[in-house]
Structures are given as C-alpha cells and as structure tokens.
Design a protein around this ligand. Structure first.
Ligand code: KIV
Ligand code: ZN
Length: 386
C-alpha cells in the first residue's frame, strides 16, 4: 500500500446496522456486500458473529461471496467471541478479526471495574488469541477519544507486540474536536514503539456533527484507514459518512490522499442502503441527498445554467447523479424557466418569456414546486397563444 493510499473500512453492516429498527436480513446483507465490494471498499465489517445466530450466518455467507475486500468480524476481548468470529470468517479469502476493549477511565472503572494494567494485559491476550486464527488482527481501543494519550500509547504498544496489524482509535462518543483528534493520531505516530508495523484507523461518531472533520484530521496526521458507513448511518447520531470522506479526498487533490472507491457508484449504493434499511436520507445530506445538486433560487440557477461550476464543486456524474436539477419555485428567475421550458419542448423568444414568466410567478406562488406538467399548462394557456 502506498503512503498516499487510504483504506476504506465500511461498517454499514455492523455499526450502521445498530440503528434501532434498521435490522437487515442475510439476503439483504449479501446484496449490500456485493455492491460494497464493487464500490471498491478495502474492508467490509460484516457483523458481530457472537451476538446472534443470524449475525453469525450473515458473516459466514458474506465471507463466501466477497471477492476483493477483506471481510471483518467484530469481537470483544473475550476468547469465545474471538473463536466464534474465526469460525464465521473461515470461508473469507481475506479474513480479519476486529477485537478490542474500552480504554478510557470511564470504561475501565465503571464498565470493567478494573485497572489500567489489567486492561492492557487483557487487550494483549485477546490480540494474541485472535492471531492464532488469522494473520490480520485489528485492535480497537474503545472510547480512545476520551482516553489520555500516554495510556493509549501504552495500550497500542502492547497490542502491536502481540501482533495487531491495525490500531483503531475510536472517538466512540463523538466528543473530540478535529484538532484534538488529529493531535491524538500524531501523538501515537510519534510515541508508540513499533508503530510502523501497524496502520492507524479513524473511527469517529457524529454526536457533535464532527465525524467527517475528525476522520479527515486523522488521516492528515498519519492515520491510513477510515471506518465509515454509507449515508453516515450508525449508533445515535451515526458514523463518518463514507461518501463524504471519499469525495473530500477526491475534491482536494493537494492532500495527496487517494482511495480505491469507484465514486460513480455512490448515489446508487446510498439509495440501496436507505431503501433496504427503511431509513430516509435527509434531502440536504452532502453528496447523496435529493437536494445535493438541486438549485432553486434565481441567482444560483442563472449561474449554474451559464456554467455548472459557478455553484457546484462536484460534477454530479462523478457520484452517479445524472445531472444537476433546476427546481422551479416562486424564487426562480427567467433563465431557469427558459431552460426548463426548452427541456419540455418550448423555445421561447425574449418577449414570450416575459409574458410566460409573469404567469409562471402567479402560478408558482400557489405551489411549492412547479413540475413539467405545470410548465405545459402555463405555456399552453398563456397569452402568447391567444
Ligand atoms: O465506536 C466504537 O468504539 C466502536 C468499536 C466497537 C469499534 O464501534
Ligand atoms: Zn462505533
């Protein structure tokens, strides 16, 4: 892997599926996995095999059909979890076990009623055990966002010694600010002995709306994997949105960071995940929302009709959207009306347009959006035909 290449670890089927009411069955997960594999993600986190027989079955079936991506199963630092995950992954061409434990004071004291040294020992033991089944072992330090950096570095050092190939530094509660998360990654790069033997992964939650910004800060500071989900779905306010981090790297080439993602599939896979889970994507969602390439104010429409780049930084075709939408509302101008009228077959002269535009405005005031059939009606009943 070149140093400019960022691995995309998709956890739509694990962290994403933790959204209440969004449970998928195995056939649905297989369809999504096939699309993720074609999309070019490097890792598919297929589930948490010990959590239920259904999840075990899904991980096993996904392992059989994925052709290119690594297939990953989540575990706690518990022997039985790891053994069950290894069993579920046995058909995978490239299996990965993702094991870990909470490392913040809050997790150590309240959740585990333990101490820092004992947690390090348990983490190292879990990684060694996972390593007895598969070569590729990722370790997560749950709540790393609120773990002090010095202790986190000790944990990382211990699990690298036990053979961890990837170090996941989750901001589990979405608490960090971008500069703090970036500094955490930099600190680990500079202070963990043996860090060159592993890659650092960002896993950011969106409780404060900072998941994407934090992940980008993470890779700018040396992380080489981002954990994310389609449409940013996930626990509470969700995870980092795959489509956002991928397009940020593509639109900012000077960052010199690249992914294997076939971006033209982004819109289609967003729709697939949203429909399969029955979870509606907000219209103003970056990259894949219904309004991401829609223009409705007169000034913007005039600019986009003259040159798309005036108000769009992404070519919609690059993410699988056929074209920008010029939405007709009472805020639209003559240029937008002439453009949409031409699309449905009317080439209006300047004089005709002036007349039709006045009639259009009266009509538009009565409706949220003027659609193609309305355009026909407005023009056909207009004074220009009388
Ligand atoms: O947010 C988190 O800490 C997680 C881990 C289980 C990786 O999802
Ligand atoms: Zn998570």
């Amino acid at each position: 892997m070149s140093n400019t290449q960022i691995q995309i670890f998709d956890t739509t089927l694990r962290d994403g599926e933790q959204v209440p009411g969004c449970k998928l069955n195995t056939p649905q997960k297989i369809i999504i996995s096939k699309q993720l594999d074609l999309l070019g993600v490097d890792v598919i986190e297929a589930g948490f095999p010990v959590s239920s027989p259904g999840d075990f079955k899904s991980v096993e079936e996904i392992s059989k059909i994925v052709q290119n991506a690594t297939v990953c199963g989540l575990t706690r630092s518990v022997e039985n979890d790891i053994k069950v995950a290894a069993e579920a992954l046995k058909y995978a061409k490239k299996p990965r076990i993702h094991t870990g434990i909470g490392t913040s004071d809050s997790h150590i004291i309240h959740k585990f009623k333990s101490n820092k040294d004992a947690i390090i020992e348990r983490a190292a033991r879990a990684v060694s055990y996972a390593k007895s089944f598969v070569e590729d072992v990722e370790f997560y330090a749950e709540d790393a966002g609120r773990t002090d950096n010095e202790y986190l570095a000790r944990v990382c050092e211990a699990v690298i010694k036990s053979g961890a190939t990837v170090l996941n530094i989750p901001d589990t509660t979405g608490y960090c600010l971008p500069h703090e998360y970036g500094a955490k990654i930099k600190y680990l790069k500079e202070n963990v002995k043996g860090i060159d033997k592993a890659i650092i992964s960002c896993h950011c939650h969106n409780d404060l709306g900072l998941a994407t910004a934090n992940s980008i800060e993470g890779i700018i500071n040396g992380a080489r994997q981002i954990e994310c989900t389609i449409n940013g779905i996930g626990e509470r306010a969700g995870n980092t949105a795959l489509e956002e981090v991928v397009m940020i790297m593509k639109q900012h080439p000077y960052l010199n960071l690249d992914t294997n993602i076939n971006t033209e599939m982004l819109y289609g896979i967003s729709q697939l995940v949203s429909e399969s889970m029955g979870i509606y994507t907000q219209p103003n969602k970056a990259i894949v929302g219904a309004n991401a390439f829609a223009h409705s104010s007169g000034i913007h429409q005039d600019g986009v009709i003259k040159n798309r780049e005036t108000y769009e930084i992404i070519d919609p075709k690059d993410v699988g959207v056929t074209e920008s939408a010029i939405v007709l509302t009472a805020r639209s101008g003559r240029a937008a009306l002439a453009y949409r009228a031409k699309n449905v077959g009317y080439e209006l002269t300047k004089l005709e347009l002036d007349t039709v535009y006045a009639e259009f405005l009266n009509f538009a005031d009565t409706k949220k959006e003027v659609i193609d059939s309305d355009i026909h009606e407005i023009i056909e009943t207009s004074k220009i035909y009388k």
